[in-house]
Each structure stands twice: as C-alpha cells, then as structure tokens.
Design a protein around this ligand. Sequence first.
Ligand SMILES: [Zn+2]
Length: 198
Amino acid sequence: MSHHVKEREEDDFSFNCPSCRSGVIKIQKTIYDSHDGDQILILKYECSDCGYISKDVVPVSSKMKPGIISMKINKENDLKSKLYRAPTAKIEIPEFELVMEPGPNADFYFTNVEGVLRRFESAVKIYRNNLQKDDPQIPEIDFIILNLQKALEGKFPFTLKITDLSGGSYIVPQEDTPYEFEPKNIEASNNEKDFHIS
Ligand SMILES: [Zn+2]
C-alpha cells in the first residue's frame, strides 16, 4: 500500500521531554492519504536535547467532526491517552464539575489526560489559596483536590468530555480506553456551579 504525504507541518505547541525532562519536544504532524480514501495522521515527537523520539499513528477517523467526545478513564493506563484540543474546544470533567473553556493557551493544545488533570489541579489549588480562611467553599474544594489526586493515580474513575462545535480536535486513546463520539451542533450549556478556567 502506498501512501503519499499530503501535509507536513511543524507545530510550535510543545511539552517537556518525558525522558530527560529538560528538553522540549517538537511535534511534527504528517498526514498520509491511502488509495481507499482513508487518512492516517502520524505524530512524531522529538526531543531537542537528548534525542528521544516517539511516534503515534492516528486513524483520522478519531479526528473530531463537530460534536462531543467522551473518554472513560478507569485506570492508570487510560491517563496516557492523548488529546489535541482545538482552540474552539471545551474540556470538562463532569464528575468534578470542572470546565476548561475554549481559548488560546499554546502550551496546552496537545497533552494527555494526566496533563489535563494536573492543569485542573493547579487551577483549583490557586483558586483555593485565594479564598478567605473561613470561606464555606473550602471543604468542597478540598474534596475536589483529594479526588483529583486519586484520579492521577488511576483510583478515581471519571469521564473526560471534549466538546468541539467547530471540529478539529482529536484524541489518541490508549488501545483499550473506551470512548464515544456524538456528532452534533449544540449550544454549549452553561452550568453556574461548574468551576471554569480558561
Ligand atoms: Zn529529552
């Protein structure tokens, strides 16, 4: 089967090298077209410092059309599932009532589920530290932080929901990480109770 390269680009979104921790990973995306019309996305990660290289092969069917994707995170391995959030996408964890609104945040476009949890954890901690000592929200916030920490160890099952009404986000689930895709154009509902960060 022969493929030809349709698109090749270097992206600037980056994360630290999982091997040496100091280098910055460059991500190169290549899209291949096959004869039968399928497309395959190859993501290559390369460290600028230590030479670490890793690859993901993504069937483009996992690239989102407008809609909602829900990934079930039940165990530690599921935390390695990766996602690319388009700037128009919203990320939610309904179990924690946490919402990450769409918006430009270049360092966060490409991450894994663990990265999403850590991002939420630090936002919630910052929020908590800015509360008065006797704020009635504190017990609830502490409970969320505790459960986020359990989730980071794969000991608190939760749902990671990406709502992308423009399309273009994608996920790279671990082989046995269950997910569902629901194509639709809906107005994102606003729940006042949710904790929003951007
Ligand atoms: Zn490295």
